[in-house]
Design a protein around this ligand. Structure first.
Ligand code: ADP
Ligand code: MG
Length: 355
């Protein structure tokens, strides 16, 4: 084929850059839910309400009682690479917030009709910013933020065609909230769809200075796991608590009998962030090597706490993947953590059987 005639190099318009970035960050309504709940958690919210219409395609609204956004910063929040969470490279290497790239709101606003409604505690009234028009006007609400995302992908019909049925999109949205909820039993969550309450998980008080593995944390977690995944998950699992150098692993590991046909109850977190990671899943799987046979999938919720300097979360735009500085160290810690938890009931049974 004839080569294309050369065209001049040009800077892309801002809007188009955001739409390109949205391709990576916003795949479906659930991606928006994930980003907005991330932001709500970063704002220090204690209660988060998600409201959806048509599986999130017509409307996603996420409401929190967090620190809010001051009136003059509302337009900044929507700007690309604008963030309150890091200011330099050192912050990036020790980042404790879910967000830090300053991309999500800009990306979401570029493929939907987005509005921000917010009020910091100290501000006399709330203000509403309409992203499309840039118009700001006073509005009513108590402290906190509501982000409203309407008509997702209305300007990118090619994307919209990839969406599945409302029921399927809703299920993905609920799963996105579930992943957050399992990491934060101290925060209350509610999900509404078409005006009906779909899920509600109440907050449990966790002392702010409590450390992973402490009784109060384990209890709150067990309650949240029971609420979200069902009583059976907790009744048929063992508490995990293992410290190995810079790595602490807590959570619960299901007994072999609780294994399922599908790998749908396998949750892994690194420093409070839900991740999909081959090192972690392989480590967990290998702990079940001797007790679980065939195709059955173990169930577990594992929380890895590690010095932030030993893990890179800036690998993937959605931060669902991480890179460990020493993945063997993490693999061993997780494997031993789960093995120890699974050995406990057998040890107890042996002790009970002894004369
Ligand atoms: P990031 O979370 O990576 O900083 P976002 O685009 O998601 O980037 O958000 C941009 C900024 O808007 C955040 O840094 C934060 O200051 C502000 N913000 C967004 N959502 C909220 C919220 N729910 N409550 C308070 N501030 C928020
Ligand atoms: Mg964010």
């Amino acid at each position: 084929p004839a080569p294309l005639p050369r065209r001049p190099i040009r800077d892309l318009p801002d809007e188009l850059i955001s739409q390109i970035a949205a391709g990576e960050v916003v795949e479906r309504p659930a991606s928006v839910v994930r980003e907005l709940v991330d932001n709500a958690l970063d704002s220090g919210a204690t209660a988060i309400t998600v409201r959806l219409l048509a599986g999130g395609v017509r409307l996603i609204s996420v409401e929190d009682d967090g620190c809010g956004i001051p009136q003059d910063e509302l337009p900044v929040a929507l700007r690309r690479h604008a963030t309150s969470k890091i200011t330099n490279l050192h912050d990036l290497e020790t980042v404790a917030t879910m967000g830090f790239r300053g991309e999500a709101l800009a990306a979401i606003a570029s493929v939907s009709e987005t509005a921000l409604l917010s009020r910091p505690q100290a501000q006399a009234s709330a203000f509403l910013l309409d992203a499309r028009s840039g118009e700001i006007r006073p509005a009513a609400r108590s402290h906190g933020t509501t982000v409203e995302v309407k008509e997702l992908f209305f300007s990118t019909p090619a994307r919209r065609k990839f969406l599945k049925s409302d029921a399927t999109e809703l299920a993905h949205c609920v799963e996105a909230v579930r992943r957050h909820a399992l990491a934060r039993p101290d925060v209350g969550f509610a999900i509404w769809h078409e005006g009906k309450l779909v899920e509600q998980w109440r907050a449990t008080f966790v002392p702010s200075q409590a450390r992973p593995g402490e009784g109060s944390v384990q209890d709150a977690l067990a309650r949240r796991l029971a609420d979200v995944l069902g009583e059976d998950f907790v009744n048929q699992s063992m508490a995990v608590l293992h410290r190995a150098g810079p790595v602490t692993v807590t959570g619960r590991a299901g007994l072999p009998d609780a294994a399922r046909a599908r790998a749908d109850h396998q949750y892994c977190y690194v420093n409070g962030r839900f991740v999909r990671d081959k090192v972690l899943t392989h480590a967990a799987r290998s702990a079940y090597e001797d007790v679980l046979h065939g195709q059955k999938q173990p169930v577990y919720a594992l929380y890895v706490e590690i010095d932030p300097a030993r893990v890179d979360v800036n690998v993937h735009p959605t931060k669902i993947e991480v890179r460990f500085r020493d993945s063997r160290e993490v693999h061993q810690a997780v494997r031993h953590a789960v093995e120890n938890a699974l050995a406990a009931p057998r040890a107890a049974a042996l002790a009970a059987a002894a004369p």
